[in-house]
Design a protein. Structure first.
Lengths: 642, 250
């Protein structure tokens, strides 16, 4: 491996944990109100993190350009989040506090996240709820008019705020409406149906991006004083995931190739409750919210190959395996643990449904206890969605669920101020690696996206601008011209191959390799096999892919080809990272490292660090840099939910 | 299943378009409608033809990106269901299916089945928000919202801005879309200060965008994948008329 060159200073402020953010806010440089509008900030992505950051920075007076590939910023994939958003309000008087939310999140992440970032997240969680209510987000209410809460996995308090099963939608619409208000005011210029294809770095600083207009095909340059990437996660590297079809890693991947460190790429979250795969034509997997585990009981038959209908299997022949294995958290065990437990019983031949890759999520007891009306009020839209997809009625027969790729904890490395290893490049939301360690708790993604977008980025961008004298650059700079040329060349290459295989067929094959070898369970031999297979597949892609149409029009095959080309490189980095981390932690389960009862076994002595990968050039091995994780407040322990 | 498809093909904005016939073979009842189109597109690509362009993203009925007039019905035959959540079990072997883009003057066709719905964003820009800059909010529980108001607001806020209401309306009116946002915000205490100004501005913008007028056909409510009620249009009209009578300044 090559020489490490990143200086990974996390810039965590001094002082006690609870005072760090306040101290940082005081110590950060400010930009004079009259000077703010002279600064252009590019925000790529318009979900919770990007939309909130763009709107808030415009409110502060910056000149913002915001980009999204969808036809409207309101369609970003944050919209699909169902269950809720955590906040340490302690409205239920059940013992919650900022410290408890912080502690649950660090523990839930299996002690692989940065303490100071997580504490700030917990601290800001309360401001998020206030902000969203002020915007008119229609959260669920009690009859007296106060806000309602529910429970989520990995916590023993009820701190999740929700808007039916559409919490992400409502939070995103809040941010979107704030954004549209700024667009109307002229503070934000919105570029929908536009995709970022490269980052432009001048004198070591991010100074702009290259984009392609997806309707006309025009390649354009945009210059700025700073760039914020809020482009979401890379779960679609697995082909089948709960992500939207368009969710992609291109922006962060191109930034990586321009010098941004990529942290913990192998940390992926496999969500336990998704509708199982039904056929090879399947294009996506649909999540059934974790909130269902508040009232649903997870079980499989006690004996293998039991083909009876679920309602015919008597109580004493059922195995409620989460309740059995994790009595104190039961069905609300965290996602990584619940997913692995489901895989384990299916591997034993006790899985249900036609493929044997499924477990039951049963509401019969809850319906008996609370009545069907209460269940309908809580989960009605989820039950309907389930029925539309499977043609089965979950009020009468248990749901069948199976784990699926849902979220990526890894992402571009950022310091405490969410700045990447490239000066002027900030990264927010799922696109960064910062807060969830090796496993994210439910209802924490919305919290992080909005904390980053509404509160962190708007302050820290000011600090960056205030502490750097930036020369004015225009898109006439040679760095823009050469990046544009490179983008055009890449497009020309994709269109000129005219091979035999469709882009989708390559994507499907890559996804299968990733799921088989770098999915819920990983081992050295498998990861090495995956690396060989990916290299072969990538070579075949560049030899035999068929991308029809031209570059001067709306060309969805071309868009997808570029994204899959990047996934074929990112998948490799994920396997390299998974291979190097010879411990199990959170969602990363290395079979070589487990406790006698099959739980993930960390190796704190050797792996208490963030793995930050550095691009070393085409055909060269990436370089591993390490940010040691220091725990001053939380004691590292074997995570137990028993 | 074997199906015959007639699909609208159009190269670009202001280009002539036409219906083109395709055979779709080996279609499974468990496929979603868009997965059926994926299969057709894979076949077209393999034969060296240009695949059919259509908008889609989340494929779980929430992002509002998918559209399609299916046999003349916005989002197809299943009530309360977006195209991406429609499954082929709603059709029979041997069926002929006509697939067209949304048709409305305010939604120009970009290519094939893809249309430009940016007019809906501009209606929101005109007033579909509560002015609340980040940072100034008081504690969330200081604002009491009766459960009924929160529930009614949520019913209206469920709109996904897919544009089916416009496509289904004989007048191509965007009243259900606009009324839904006016209702969502107008039903909440936080939305009161801007309530009448909001109604005025949004309705004005809707007219500027060349959408038709509402004559209460009710087709929008039938087509809406989120089953938003035309009561929201009544609320919009009430707030708009009151704003006009009171001389609320836009």
């Amino acid at each position: 491996m090559g020489e490490m060159t990143f200086r990974l200073d996390a810039h965590v402020p001094g002082g006690p944990l609870a005072e760090k953010w306040n101290r940082n806010r005081f110590e950060m440089k400010l930009v004079n109100p009259a000077n703010k509008r002279k600064n252009t900030i590019i925000v790529v992505g318009s979900g919770l993190a990007g939309g909130a950051a763009a709107a808030t920075m415009s409110e502060l007076g910056y000149n913002v350009k915001c980009f999204c590939f969808q036809d409207s910023p309101r369609r970003a994939h944050s919209i699909a989040a169902q269950g809720g958003i955590n906040a340490a309000k302690n409205y239920q008087n059940d013992g919650d506090s900022i410290y408890r939310l912080f502690y649950d999140t660090v523990k839930g992440g299996d002690f692989r996240s940065r303490e100071a970032n997580v504490y700030r997240l917990a601290e800001l969680s309360v401001n998020i709820i206030d902000q969203c209510v002020a915007q008119g987000v229609p959260f669920a209410r009690e009859y007296g008019g106060l806000l309602a809460n529910r429970s989520f996995g990995g916590a023993q308090v009820s701190r999740t705020f929700y808007a039916r099963g559409q919490t992400g939608q409502q939070l995103l619409l809040g941010a979107y409406q704030a954004l549209e208000r700024q667009i109307q005011r002229g503070g934000v210029t919105m570029y929908p149906r536009t995709e970022m294809l490269d980052l432009v770095v001048i004198d070591g600083k991010a100074r702009g991006i290259i984009t392609r207009n997806l309707v006309t095909g025009t390649v354009e340059s945009h210059a700025a004083e700073a760039v914020v990437l809020a482009t979401g996660g890379y779960g679609n590297v697995f082909y089948l995931s709960t992500n939207a079809q368009g969710s992609n890693a291109t922006a962060i991947w191109r930034a990586y190739k321009r010098g941004a460190g990529f942290a913990n790429p192998c940390f992926t979250q496999i969500h336990p409750t998704c509708i199982p795969v039904s056929g090879h034509y399947q294009s996506k997997l649909t999540l059934m919210s974790e909130s269902l585990r508040n009232d649903g009981r997870v079980w499989v038959p006690r004996k293998a190959d039991d083909k009876r209908r679920p309602t015919e299997i008597p109580e004493n022949e059922r195995d409620y395996f989460l309740e059995r294995k994790y009595p104190s958290f039961g069905n609300l065990a965290p996602r990584d643990i619940a997913s692995r437990a489901a895989k384990e019983v299916c591997d034993e031949g006790r899985g249900v449904g036609e493929t044997g890759l499924g477990v039951y999520l049963d509401f019969a007891d809850a319906i008996k206890r609370l009545g069907a009306d209460v269940i309908r009020e809580r989960y009605g839209n989820l039950f309907e969605m389930y029925e539309r997809i499977t043609d089965e009625n979950p009020y009468r027969t248990p749901m069948r669920i199976y784990p699926a790729v849902h979220y990526t904890m890894g992402g571009l490395w950022v310091d405490y101020n969410l700045k990447g290893t490239i000066e002027g490049l900030h990264v927010a939301g799922e696109a960064n690696f910062s807060d969830h360690g090796a496993n994210r708790l439910g209802a924490s993604a919305l919290m992080q996206g909005l904390a980053d977008g509404y509160f962190v980025i708007p302050s820290t961008i000011g600090h960056y601008l205030g502490s750097n004298k930036l020369e004015k650059v225009t898109t006439e700079h040679p760095a823009f011209k050469s990046a544009e040329a490179q983008v055009a060349e890449n497009t020309r290459k994709l269109l000129s191959i005219s091979g035999k295989r469709t882009v989708a067929s390559f994507h499907r094959e890559l996804g299968k390799i990733m799921w088989d070898y770098c999915g819920m369970s990983r081992n050295e031999a498998g990861l090495k096999t995956a690396l060989e297979k990916i290299a072969r597949l990538r070579a075949e892609f560049w030899r035999d892919v068929n991308v029809p149409g031209s570059d001067a029009e709306l060309n969805q095959a071309l868009e997808r080809a570029g994204r899959v080309a990047d996934f074929l490189e990112l998948g490799e980095l994920m396997c390299i990272d998974a291979l190097h981390r010879r411990e199990s932690c959170g969602g990363h389960f290395r079979e070589e490292s487990q406790t006698p009862d099959g739980e993930a076994l960390r190796d704190d002595e050797h792996f208490t660090y963030v793995a930050v990968w550095e691009y070393a050039g085409e055909g060269k091995d990436p370089i591993l840099n390490k940010e040691p994780l220091v725990f001053e407040n939380v004691k590292l322990s074997q995570r137990s939910y028993k | 299943m074997r199906l015959t498809l007639h699909v609208w093909r159009q190269d670009g904005v202001d280009r002539p378009g036409k219906m083109v016939k395709y055979e779709a073979n080996d279609i499974k009842p468990d496929m979603s409608f868009l997965e059926m189109l994926d299969v057709v597109n894979e076949g077209l690509t393999e034969r060296g033809e240009v695949p059919i362009a259509f908008d889609h993203d989340c494929r779980e009925g929430i992002c509002g990106m998918c559209s399609l007039m299916i046999n003349g019905v916005a989002h197809g035959p299943m009530k309360g269901t977006a195209t991406c959540q429609l499954h082929m079990r709603s059709f029979k072997d041997g069926d002929t299916i006509y697939i067209e883009p949304w048709r409305a003057r305010s939604f120009p066709v970009i290519k094939d089945l893809v249309v430009d719905r940016s007019a809906l964003d501009r209606i929101i820009q005109a007033g579909g928000f509560i002015t609340a800059n980040t940072g100034g909010a008081r504690d969330a529980n200081e604002i009491l919202v009766p459960k009924e108001s929160a529930d009614d607001a949520m019913d209206a806020a469920a709109c996904i801005a897919c544009g089916a209401c416009v496509a289904a309306c004989p007048n191509a009116s965007a009243s259900l879309f606009t009324g839904a946002k006016i209702s969502h915000l107008g039903l909440l205490p936080q939305g009161q200060p801007e309530r009448y100004r909001r109604a005025l501005k949004m309705v004005e913008q809707m007219e500027l965008e060349d959408f038709g007028s509402c004559t209460l056909h009710g087709e929008c409510q039938e087509a809406c994948p989120k089953e938003i009620s035309i009561d929201t249009i009544t609320r919009m009209n009430r707030d708009f008329i009151r704003a006009s009578l009171l001389g609320t300044r836009a």
